[in-house]
Design a protein around this ligand. Structure first.
Ligand code: ADP
Ligand code: MG
Length: 357
């Protein structure tokens, strides 16, 4: 514990978190390999990166469902690993998780009423006599009706089931909600509704979100800051608009360029990533993104870059982010919308390359 008053403590403070999975006869899988960030009260931090980069492993450690190999998770200044099982269980109501697949995370044999009453009883949120009224209120918060309380999960659509999952998280009156790909399994048509609901609930209740997604386009309108993860490490973290308008890390640029553009008059541009996501087991001396990076040189393959300050509220792990930022000059406002912007950088790079004998 530090001496800082609770109001100034970050809601969540993740310090140098590491999770390696031992494998018989092989190098350990470095699922999470030294991740640090903070989330303020009422803030949404989006965590994005390709499937397999360690996002869910990080989420499980934050929820104290998995033990870190090293590093720590502090909730309002309290180190979760230092708590007895009893104290941790009492604290659990403060942090809740919403999973990708509401069907497998809800008990198929429990009605919605039972699903929502369970945490109310477990954490003694309200007296028994007030449970029906509280269940009705939770359902109305997520846009469902009290009449639906006696139904079972299979009687709902995917979007409605995710609303039940959200209501269950809300039941505990949490201060931090970890959303692990909460809309990835939903039809595109209901994604926006669920995202809007999450945003409205945050405005009403003021909690913090760690919002995990493999899809960068999902997070733009709901997050205050974005952290980009690659093979167990953060490569870029910054304010959402800055990351979208001026992405600094080559991996962030590649992710942005993969977002489809709705305007048919703008030609699609795409920075192709070379190769596949590497195994998290292989120990690379240098930058783990180097094998897929078109800007990589000898320094990148020899020395791993650290996450360094790259401006106010921005940190980047790339030896060359300053050089890449230089391409920003001379780009028009229209080109700053990500896909055209990235295309302009590529065109400029190939022009420069053509000039070099
Ligand atoms: P993401 O959520 O970003 O898709 P995960 O955190 O699920 O990624 O997985 C990160 C890496 O850790 C993957 O290579 C995965 O195979 C590995 N991994 C995850 N859980 C385990 C486990 N329990 N045992 C061994 N390896 C695991
Ligand atoms: Mg995952």
């Amino acid at each position: 514990m530090t001496g800082t008053p609770a109001a100034q403590q970050p809601m969540l403070d993740v310090r140098e978190l590491v999770r390696h999975y031992a494998q018989a006869g092989q190098a350990a899988v470095k699922a999470v390999d030294g991740v640090s960030f903070q989330i303020a009260r009422g803030e949404t931090l989006a965590l994005v990166g390709e499937s397999g980069c360690g996002k869910s492993t990080l989420a499980r450690m934050i929820m104290a469902l998995d033990k870190p190999t090293s590093g720590s998770v502090l909730l309002e200044g309290v180190d979760l690993s230092a708590l007895s099982r009893n104290r941790l269980n009492r604290l659990r109501k403060k942090f809740q998780i919403i999973f990708q697949d509401p069907y497998s995370s809800l008990n198929p044999r429990m009605t919605v009423h039972e699903t929502l009453a369970e945490p109310l009883v477990l954490h003694q949120i309200v007296p028994a006599s007030e449970i029906p009224a509280r269940v009705s209120r939770l359902l109305s918060c997520v846009g469902l009706t009290s009449a639906q309380a006696q139904r079972y999960p299979h009687e709902f659509s995917g979007g409605q089931r995710q609303r039940v999952g959200i209501a269950r998280a809300l039941a505990c009156e949490p201060e931090l909600i970890v959303c692990d790909e909460p809309v990835s399994a939903l039809d595109v048509s209901v994604r926006a509704q669920v995202l809007n609901l999450l945003q409205d609930l945050q405005e009403e209740f003021g909690f913090s979100y760690l919002f995990i997604s493999h899809d960068l386009s999902v997070v733009r309108h709901i997050s205050h800051r974005v952290a980009v993860m690659y093979l167990g490490r953060l490569v870029e973290i910054g304010a959402t608009e800055a990351v979208f308008m001026h992405p600094k890390h080559p991996y962030t640029r590649a992710l942005l360029s993969a977002i489809p553009i709705p305007d048919p008059n703008i030609p699609p541009s795409r920075i192709s990533l070379r190769g596949e996501l590497q195994s998290t087991g292989a120990s690379l001396a240098g930058c783990s993104f180097a094998p897929r990076c078109t800007n990589a040189d000898d320094r990148c393959t020899a020395i791993a870059p650290v996450l360094e300050n790259a401006g106010p509220n921005s940190r980047i792990a790339c030896h060359h982010w300053r050089n890449l930022a230089a391409f920003d000059r001379g780009i028009s406002q229209e080109q700053r919308e990500p896909p055209a912007y990235v295309a302009a950088i590529l065109a400029r790079m190939s022009q420069e390359a053509a000039k070099t004998p």
